[in-house]
Design a protein around this ligand. Structure first.
Ligand SMILES: Nc1ncnc2c1ncn2[C@@H]1O[C@H](COP(=O)(O)OP(=O)(O)OP(=O)(O)O)[C@@H](O)[C@H]1O
Ligand SMILES: [Mg+2]
Length: 476
């Protein structure tokens, strides 16, 4: 487990915190001043910092704490810092949250709450470090793949896509039939191009047929060719796509829409490697690598009797499945930036995607996948009035959601009121708190001060400012 670093000048507070964290199994380091703290942050594996606002007896303005926070954030911007504030300085603590502190706790603290908060911060840090490590690893892996293979300008950052692309380039060199599945506009055709570009047939023809787009009679002529006069309107010899692709790759798109007759004809050529032109008995040999694609669920179609199982097994020696864009959110922003660059090429070079628009892109469901993203970016480039693309430029005005961070810890669980309404109520709660601690300490100022994490003098100063007077108690 990563350690928690306590930065605090008062030995009593240090001891109490160390004991508390120890009880909760959190390894603890103590620094009595900011310099020591910064040195420990560079030399040790720290998961979270719990820091005081003042490190000298007479200081109460929190300036030292603010400076330390700034120094920590410069050194390690992601290190979570929990501010310990002596009840009187809640306002200053809230300011520090704006400057990057994760949260604050008011002294005297609630042991359970404090330990839980610190544990959560350390856990968060561990997760984010793990994330960073995985990201770096992923980046290296993508970089290596792009260095060894032609990825045809494919843009991605997600591990999901990396798996698909890795498999695609690996199987590209064999002649095995490949079935590419995935929803509309997810990049199936792109992936087919990548397979071709990394195959031994890369310099041979890559011929594409939309299997769903032609009526039966024409499909046969399209795939296998036709002799002159083979059917009405066939004036001259027509070369089919299988013949055209000979030696190369045939990409059969929308294979799920192939008619029963088309399926049978296709199966026959795959079984025999031979075909005949329409209107001819001469058999032609064909050497094509077949890549097919569909956005339909073929297993479902097979169960319903709409797709031949034997053909399915011929087509699907290897299946490459492209996940929907919403299932690989890491790809959304890189793709959006790439597409923006494409569309903004002429005239609108300075355009940027604003943070609300970025959030809207991430929140959206993307039923049309990358093609829809492409369309929305194109639209935004056209309609954007300024230099920053907004959710409404993308037609995604309901997707945005801005997050406001509120403190989850401290003397009140409600978010802090607006700055200008705050001082009086803070003074009031500070007074209540001091009075309560003093009562519990039976008026013994040094005891109350220790409990509050303050020096005796500092407590006296605050009592004076808040007009708190000690009840006269009879001695003994
Ligand atoms: N990862 C990507 N990087 C860059 N461009 C991409 C990527 N994925 C898809 N595209 C682009 O998005 C558009 C749609 O992709 P493609 O045509 O390959 O999808 P498809 O799955 O074949 O769609 P359909 O189901 O409609 O046939 C194309 O312009 C393609 O170039
Ligand atoms: Mg396609």
């Amino acid at each position: 487990m990563l350690k928690v670093l306590v930065v605090e000048d008062q030995p009593a507070v240090c001891t109490a915190l160390e004991l508390l964290f120890d009880l909760h199994g959190i390894p603890t380091l103590i620094a009595n001043d900011p310099r020591r703290a910064l040195s420990l942050i560079t030399s040790e594996d720290i998961g979270a910092v719990v820091q005081d606002m003042n490190f000298r007896r007479d200081a109460t303005d929190g300036a030292e704490g603010a400076k330390l926070l700034g120094d920590i954030k410069r050194l390690d911007p992601d290190l979570p810092v929990l501010i310990m504030t002596a009840f009187t300085s809640l306002e200053a603590a809230v300011q520090l949250i704006k400057e990057g502190a994760s949260d604050y706790i008011a002294k005297p603290w609630d042991d359970e709450k404090l330990a839980t908060t610190v544990k959560n911060l350390v856990r968060m840090r561990e997760l984010s470090q793990e994330n960073t490590r995985l990201r770096a690893q992923g980046w290296r892996a993508r970089h290596e793949l792009a260095g060894s293979y032609d990825l045809c300008g494919l843009v991605y950052a997600s591990p999901e896509m990396h798996d698909v692309v890795s498999l695609a380039v690996k199987v590209a060199r064999s002649d095995a039939a490949i079935l590419i599945t995935g929803p509309n506009g997810a990049g199936k055709e792109r992936l087919a191009q990548i397979v071709q570009a990394n195959s031994r047939r890369r310099d041979k023809p890559f011929v594409q047929v939309n299997a769903g787009g032609l009526p039966d009679e024409l499909l046969e002529a399209e795939l296998f060719g036709a002799e002159a006069g083979a059917y009405t309107g066939a004036k001259k010899l027509r070369i089919g796509r299988f013949e055209e692709a000979n030696g190369g790759t045939l990409f059969l798109d929308e294979i799920g829409n192939l008619s029963a007759n088309g399926q049978m004809k296709l199966l026959r050529v795959l079984q025999t490697g031979e075909f005949q032109r329409l209107g001819s008995n001469t058999t032609h040999k064909t050497d094509v690598r077949l890549i097919s694609a569909t956005n339909a669920n073929l297993s479902h179609a097979i169960r319903q009797g709409r797709f031949r199982e034997d053909l399915y097994f011929r087509l699907n020696v290897i299946e490459l499945t492209i996940p929907a864009l919403r299932d690989r959110p890491d790809d959304i922003e890189p793709l959006a930036q790439h597409l923006l660059k494409n569309h903004a090429e002429e005239g609108r070079k300075g355009l940027v995607i604003g943070s609300e628009a970025r959030q809207a892109l991430l929140d959206y469901d993307w039923p049309g996948n990358v093609r829809e993203l492409d369309n929305r970016i194109q639209r935004a480039v056209l309609v954007c009035k300024g230099t920053t693309i907004t959710p409404s430029d993308l037609g995604l005005e309901h997707g945005a959601s801005g997050g406001v961070r509120t403190s989850t810890f401290g003397s009140s669980s409600a978010p802090p009121p607006p700055m200008d309404e705050r001082a009086p109520s803070y003074d009031a709660s500070e007074r209540t708190q001091i009075e309560q601690v003093l009562t519990e300490a039976r008026g013994v100022v040094s005891k109350a001060a220790a409990q509050l994490g303050l020096s005796r003098q500092a407590l006296y100063r605050r009592m004076e400012r808040l007009g708190i007077e000690l009840e006269r108690r009879p001695k003994g």
